[in-house]
Every structure is written in C-alpha cells, then in structure tokens.
Design a protein around this ligand. Structure first.
Ligand code: FAD
Ligand code: NAI
Length: 465
C-alpha cells in the first residue's frame, strides 16, 4: 500500500458482511469507508432479501390465519379481504427503517459512505465511480446475484427473481416456482397464502438440498398437505411469454418427454452466484474459483496482499449471519486479534410455516464421516404450548455422538424453530452434551421444552412421551 492512504480500511459492499465489518473495524480504531453503489445501504438482505421477505411472510401468515384459523379460536370476523397495496407499503416501510438504520450506524461510528461502483486495482488501490482511493486494507463484500437459467428470460414482471416476487402488485392465479430451495419455498408460501395456486418444479427428488432426510420428508408432507404442488425430479427447459401468461416446457431431470405448464407468473429461484464481476478482479490479478467466488485463505486473504473477501462472494453458505460473522472476524484479524468463525455452528432457517431450522450435522453427513451417533426426537404434538397455540406439526431432532454424548446436530421442524435453534447453536458452540441440554431448566409451558425433551430422548430419558 502507498505510505499515506486515504483510509485504513475500505469495504466494497454495504450488505450484512460489509457493513458489519466496517462497524467493527471502526470500533477497533480504524479509519473506515464503505463503498456502495445501491441508493441505500444494507445490501441484498435489507433491501431485497431477508427483511422484505420476512415482512411479507408475516403479513401473509396473518391473512391466512384470519381467513382460516380465527374461527377455531372463537374469533368470528365477517369477511377477510386482502389489501395487497397496504401489505406492500408496510413492507417498504420496514425496509426503509432498516436501511436508514445502517446509515445512522455509519454516522455514529464515523464511517464514510463512498457512493458509486468500487473497483479493486491492486494492493492499497481502488477506484470509486472512477476516482482513485487508497487504503491499507481492502475488503471485498460484493455479495451475490440470482442465478440465471438458459431459456428463461427474467423481466421482473412476469418472469421474476426473488426481487420481482417481492414486488408483485396482484396475486397471480397460478405461480410456477423453478427451484425447491429456500427462496422458492418462502416466497411460494407467501403467494400461496394470499391465494395463488403454486407449483414448484425441482430438479432433485426432494426439497431444500442438504437438509436431514427424515426432516425433509416430514417438511414435504406438511407442505403438500397445505396444498403446495410439486414436480420433483423435473427441470424447466424453456419459459415462453404468451398473451395470457407464460408457457413452461418441463421435462424429467434425467431426460424424457417434454410437458407444458401454464403460469401467470414464474419465479426463478435456482440459487445465487457470487457477484465477482465488475470489480476489476481480473485486472488486479485476484483469483476466483470455477463458480466465480473470490478465493481466500482461512484469514479471508486473497492472493493479492492487503485485499480480503467475505460473505456471499466467497465459499460457504450464502447467509446473512455467516457474512456478518466473517465481517467481524476479519476486522479483528486486521487489528491483530484472533478473529475466527466456527463453520460447524452456523444455523440455517427456512421461514415457512412451520419453520425449518437446522444447525450442525445431518444424519447423512455423519454416516458419510463414519461417526457413530444417537438420536433423540420429540414431537410438538406432545408439547403443551404448541397445543395451546394450535401448531402441533413437526418435531425436534437432536443428534449426539454415541460415545461422548456431544451434540453434533439439531434439526427442528415446527413453530418458532428459527428462535429455538439459537440455544442449540449455543450448545454446539460450547461443546455441550445432550445431557447438558436435558438438565437445563426450561420454562413451562414453552416450545423450548421440546428441545429439552428431544435432548433427553437421546439417552431414552424423555419425560412427556
Ligand atoms: P449482499 O447483501 O449481497 O451485499 C453486497 C452489496 O455490495 C450490495 O448492496 C451491492 O450493491 C454492493 N456491491 C457489489 N458490487 C459492488 C461494487 N463493485 N461497488 C459498490 N458496491 C457493490 N439470508 C439469511 O441469513 N436469512 C434470510 O432470511 C435470508 N433471506 C433471503 C431472502 C432473499 C429473497 C434473498 C435473495 C436472500 C436472502 N438471504 C437470507 C441471503 C442474504 O441476503 C445474503 O446471504 C446476504 O445478503 C449476504 O451478505 P453480503 O454482505 O455478502 O452481500
Ligand atoms: P437454493 O440453493 O436454496 O435452492 C435452489 C434449488 O433449485 C435447489 O433445490 C436446486 O436443486 C434447484 N435447482 C437448480 N437448478 C434447477 C433447475 N434447472 N430446475 C429446477 N430446479 C433447479 O437457492 P435459492 O432458493 O435460490 O436461494 C439462494 C440463496 O439465498 C440460498 O443459498 C440461501 O442460502 C439464501 N437464502 C436464504 C434464506 C434464509 O436463510 N431463510 C432465504 C432466502 C434465500
């Protein structure tokens, strides 16, 4: 780096990885700037990802509950009508409050927002909107973009990615989702609850790849019961816009006769790819892997000295909290501290109803590693609070090492799973045994008792089943 630099740290990208890295770097005494080309801070997650999707998930749950569940509680309402414009307005307000919150945090921490596109030139040097900037450390946190599919041209109106699916101004009669992963199921659920007939076309014979098989099977059964249509083991080869909507050509994944599917709106959700283009990486000689992800060592360093990368643009799960952990760890490493991310304790949550939350290893992964394990399970049907809530679908599954009893994985399908997984993540982080969880006093009546009971179940000691 040049002897005198404009900043100590310049982060490119103000998503959960970048903005959190910038804040921790500022807290540690660095002079920090963050480059963001979008009109607002917060990245994919706050603008078009986690936050708006959770806002619509919650609103659509309320709508569905009012229409279908209130009567059972003795709450009679005359008729339920959807005001989608208001629902979208509420979502936009939540996004705005969140992105403004990041702007406030930048001011509070003395971080400069450099507006425009950043390009890395080499050690210590970059440009922002064409103008040169110098920095001791450069952090690439450029995130990811929706993956495209040949024959399916996105217009964000009729053939949409998640971004367009969050902005629809009318409920489509028929929504076809390409990809039975996290986005497809979350946003498919939103529009299904609001009245769309939803069909998911998924390449594999199952949903949400990587999920514990037993849990996935139960999850799929519940979604099927809710009316979600699935075409598993199929791929879309073409989507053609017609006067009435879209005609999709679908065939079996292994090949076979083509069929057609009609849709009003098509959501393409087959994964996301690292946003490593337009960053000047090639010119700067920064190595990327065969999937366009910036290559880093265990300290987030690229092959060019002084240039680092974190979040969706590098390997690993594309999750906001993973990006945040990396941002914090890197800022601490740059300050000479021992920043570290434990990749064995990163939870994953699908915010459908019921939620699916998982941390640590699945049975399949443990079998492959040759680790012997024990399993404890507890159904929400046997949990008093779940019964009171009227949400008894699903179960908790705790997997522990057969010899040491150390918790290796927890998988929760059920109400509030995304919150319940926090204590399980902490158990794994602290190296707890299933007996440790089973001996912790859990408040009654709470859903968390199902976690305790499943942990007790690992050694055959559940009390309420
Ligand atoms: P991003 O958030 O993608 O931010 C990167 C930023 O860099 C962007 O703002 C971009 O404009 C900017 N940028 C890129 N290149 C440049 C450049 N050259 N110059 C200037 N700026 C640049 N994850 C969860 O954990 N939980 C969820 O519930 C969840 N829901 C999601 C829902 C949807 C619909 C989507 C699409 C994603 C969701 N995710 C969720 C994933 C999550 O959004 C990402 O993992 C997370 O945003 C990654 O953070 P990041 O900081 O690496 O990148
Ligand atoms: P994904 O990787 O979760 O799912 C994509 C699905 O599409 C897979 O099941 C895959 O088998 C299937 N697929 C791939 N090609 C196909 C084809 N040609 N035809 C049919 N199916 C095909 O990706 P998704 O849902 O797009 O999400 C992208 C990323 O965003 C994920 O990595 C996820 O981590 C993140 N995200 C996280 C959320 C959360 O944490 N709650 C919410 C939304 C997104």
């Amino acid at each position: 780096a040049p002897a005198e630099t404009d900043y100590d740290v310049v982060v490119i990208g103000a998503g959960p990885g970048g903005y959190v890295c910038a804040i921790r770097a500022a807290q540690l005494g660095f002079k920090v700037a963050c480059v963001e080309k979008r009109a607002t801070l917060g990245g994919t997650c706050l603008n078009v990802g986690c936050i708006p999707s959770k806002a619509l998930l919650h609103s659509s749950e309320n709508f569905h509950a009012a229409a279908h569940d209130f009567a059972a509680h003795g709450v009679d309402i005359a008729s339920v009508k959807l005001n989608l414009a208001q629902m979208q307005k509420r979502k936009a307000g939540i996004v705005e409050a969140n992105v403004k919150g990041v702007e406030y945090l930048f001011k509070k921490n003395g971080i400069t927002w450099l507006k425009g596109e950043g390009k890395v030139q080499g050690t210590g040097r970059l440009t922002v909107a064409g103008k040169p900037v110098t920095a001791k450390h450069i952090v690439i946190a450029a995130g990811s973009d929706s993956a495209g599919l040949k024959g399916v041209d996105v217009d964000e109106k009729v053939i949409v990615t998640s971004t367009g699916a969050l902005e629809l101004s009318a409920v489509p009669k028929r929504l076809v989702v390409i990809g039975g992963g996290v986005i497809g199921l979350e946003l498919g659920s939103v529009w299904q609850r609001l009245g769309a007939e939803v069909t998911v076309v998924e390449f594999l014979d199952r949903l949400v790849p990587g999920t514990d098989n037993e849990v996935e099977a139960a999850f799929r059964k519940i979604l099927t019961k809710q009316g979600l249509k699935m075409k598993l083991g199929h791929k879309v080869t073409k989507a053609e816009k017609t006067a009435k909507g879209v005609t999709l050509t679908v065939e079996a994944s292994k090949g076979g006769d083509a069929q057609t599917l009609e849709a009003d709106v098509v959501l393409l959700a087959i994964g996301r790819t690292a946003a490593s283009k337009n960053l000047g990486l090639e010119e700067a000689g920064i190595a990327v892997d065969n999937r366009g992800r910036v290559e880093v060592d265990e300290h987030f360093a690229t092959n060019v000295p002084g240039v680092y990368a974190i979040g969706d643009v590098i390997k690993g799960p594309m999750l906001a909290h993973k990006a945040e952990e990396e941002g914090v760890a890197l800022a601490e490493i740059l300050a000479g501290q021992a920043g570290h991310v434990n990749y064995d304790a990163i939870p994953g949550v699908v915010y459908t109803w019921p939620e699916l939350a998982t941390v640590g290893f699945t049975e399949e992964q443990l079998k492959e590693k040759g680790v012997s394990y024990k399993v404890g399970k507890f159904p929400f049907m046997a949990n008093g609070r779940a019964r009171a809530l009227g949400t008894t679908d699903g179960f908790v599954k705790v997997i522990a090492d057969a010899t040491t009893d150390r918790v290796l994985g927890v998988h929760i399908l059920g109400p509030g799973a995304g919150e319940l997984i926090a204590e399980c993540t902490m158990a794994i982080e602290f190296g707890a045994s299933s007996e440790d969880i089973g001996r912790v006093c859990h408040a009654h009546p709470t859903l968390s008792e199902a976690v305790k009971e499943a942990a007790l179940g690992v050694n055959g000691m559940s009390l309420n089943i």
